[in-house]
Design a protein around this ligand. Structure first.
Ligand SMILES: Cc1cc2nc3c(=O)[nH]c(=O)nc-3n(C[C@H](O)[C@H](O)[C@H](O)COP(=O)(O)O)c2cc1C
Length: 200
């Protein structure tokens, strides 16, 4: 049975990527506030920028995360597990009248090793980044780009020659954000059917 294709109107009143579901990671970006308190915010528009140690996330210049990353020239990224979805969401709760984020108490943290900052305890992957550059002007969004200067992962998440990749994903499932407004736990995966002569 053939499906009907709908043309989608390109309008800022009805953002395109709220009309359909797409798959994104969900990460927790942490920065230090002007008084040195850790800030943590969820981001789904985030990921490695190429293969040479750059990491980027989309951020509004009105967010504390943006100002902190620019001022301190550093940020960290934690990849939460599906068990941490609620705490991850709380990191987006509105600031209190005194501009603090009391909900962050729900997230246990540990000090970063190289940059000044914290990592979210229990996350499966931790990255520490020094600010490389910020690209402004994508409407009211910017791209914050860092150089990864340290990385650490839950031992169960790390690939190795003597472990089957499918078992790794099954043993420590991945959290994905199904934008807009849904999430999924991935514990079942398949080898990608690369062409025989494929090279990166
Ligand atoms: C699931 C989820 C995903 C989000 N993804 C992004 C994102 O990719 N970029 C962004 O700028 N804000 C994103 N946000 C919103 C901010 O993280 C949120 O407004 C946060 O509270 C800002 O905090 P801050 O002022 O401490 O930086 C997301 C929020 C949620 C709940």
């Amino acid at each position: 049975m053939s499906s009907t294709i709908l043309n989608l109107t390109l309008s800022s009143d009805e953002p395109l990527f709220e009309r359909v579901f797409t798959v994104s990671p969900l990460v927790l970006v942490s920065t230090l506030e002007p008084d040195g308190t850790p800030d943590i915010a969820p981001k789904h528009m985030a990921g490695p920028l190429g293969w040479h140690g750059f990491y980027a996330f989309v951020c509004s210049p009105s967010h504390g995360t943006y100002a902190n990353a620019v001022a301190r020239e550093a940020f960290t990224v934690s990849y939460p597990t599906p068990d941490q979805v609620l705490e991850s969401s709380l990191a987006a709760a509105a600031r209190a009248e005194d501009a603090t984020k009391p909900m962050l108490a729900a997230l246990e943290t540990a000090p970063a090793q190289v940059v000044d900052g914290v990592l979210v305890a229990g996350a499966m992957l931790h990255l520490e980044c020094e600010l490389d550059r910020v690209l402004d002007g994508f409407g009211d969004n910017s791209l914050v780009i860092g150089r990864i200067v340290a990385a650490a992962a839950d031992e169960r998440a790390v690939r190795s020659i003597d472990r089957d990749d499918a078992d790794i994903v099954h043993g420590l499932p991945l959290l994905v954000y199904l934008s807009p407004g849904r999430f999924a736990k991935i514990d079942d995966s398949h080898a990608f059917p690369f062409p025989t002569d494929f090279r990166r």
